[in-house]
Design a binder for this molecule. Structure first.
Ligand code: MD3
Ligand code: FE
Length: 218
């Protein structure tokens, strides 16, 4: 790994990894009112498609994040594996439609891409985290993933296409939007933890992350 000389101590410190090509952070992209409006729409999604606890393939170890989806397809994970499917795993009902403001956001930020098919809704309590992973269950990577954060600030980690690549840590605050195209689309990433006392939007110091995805080729 690259190292640089720390000015203060003279000891070696790891160099800050460069962000992958195609990574675009838009801090405060949604203003407070847009965040509130979106949160209400997500609450309506959850009322129809209740949060469930995904589990690791094979072992069945539960995730600390609870989730649901909206859009034509939803991502689910259980002992049988990771997959996209058109219905909720517990109710058997189709996922609710994607709120129009999310479709508008997608069109605004990635006008060339075909429309998103899935929106994963991740709910973090104060102790929830998400291990380093790649998002590669989609049948196409032609479109970027777009992420919207609401509520508590998260410490987000992103590396490269190999698990061994150096990583960088960034904060994702309420209203921040991230566009992950190009090389960033297949970068390893995760959520190390939430910063306590940082949510003025979601009660109980919670956090919601939405990820909009294209799943099948256009
Ligand atoms: C980098 N969500 O749902 S958002 C996920 O905050 C996921 O809940 C995290 O990782 C969360 O899969 C991170 C930022 C993000 C989302 C998708 C990505 C970063 C990404 C896809 C590819 C590369
Ligand atoms: Fe991910």
């Amino acid at each position: 790994m690259q190292e640089r000389q720390s000015r203060e101590s003279g000891r070696k410190a790891p160099a800050a990894a460069t962000l992958p090509e195609g990574f675009r952070l838009l801090p405060g992209f949604l203003d407070r009112q847009a965040q509130k409006d979106l949160l209400e729409e997500i609450r309506a999604v959850v009322a129809v498609a209740p949060l469930f606890t995904p589990a690791m393939p094979r072992t069945g170890t539960p995730f600390s994040v609870r989730m649901t989806n909206c859009g034509a397809l939803g991502w689910v994970s259980d002992r049988a594996g990771y997959r996209y499917q058109p219905e909720h795993p517990l109710t058997g009902e189709p996922w609710p439609a994607m709120p129009p403001r999310l479709l508008d956001l997608w069109r605004q930020l990635t006008p060339e891409a075909p429309p998103p098919e899935a929106c994963l809704v991740n709910f973090y309590g104060p102790k929830a985290r998400m291990g380093l992973h790649q998002d590669r269950d989609e049948a196409t990577f032609e479109a970027p993933v777009i992420s919207v954060s609401l509520g508590a600030t998260a410490l987000f980690r992103i590396g490269g296409r190999s698990r061994k690549d150096p990583t960088r840590s960034l904060r994702l605050a309420s209203g921040d939007v991230v566009v992950l195209g190009g090389a960033a689309r297949l970068a390893y990433h995760g959520i190390d933890r939430l910063l306590p006392g940082t949510s003025t939007l979601v009660r109980g110091d919670g956090r919601i992350n939405l990820t909009l995805r294209r799943v099948t080729p256009a």
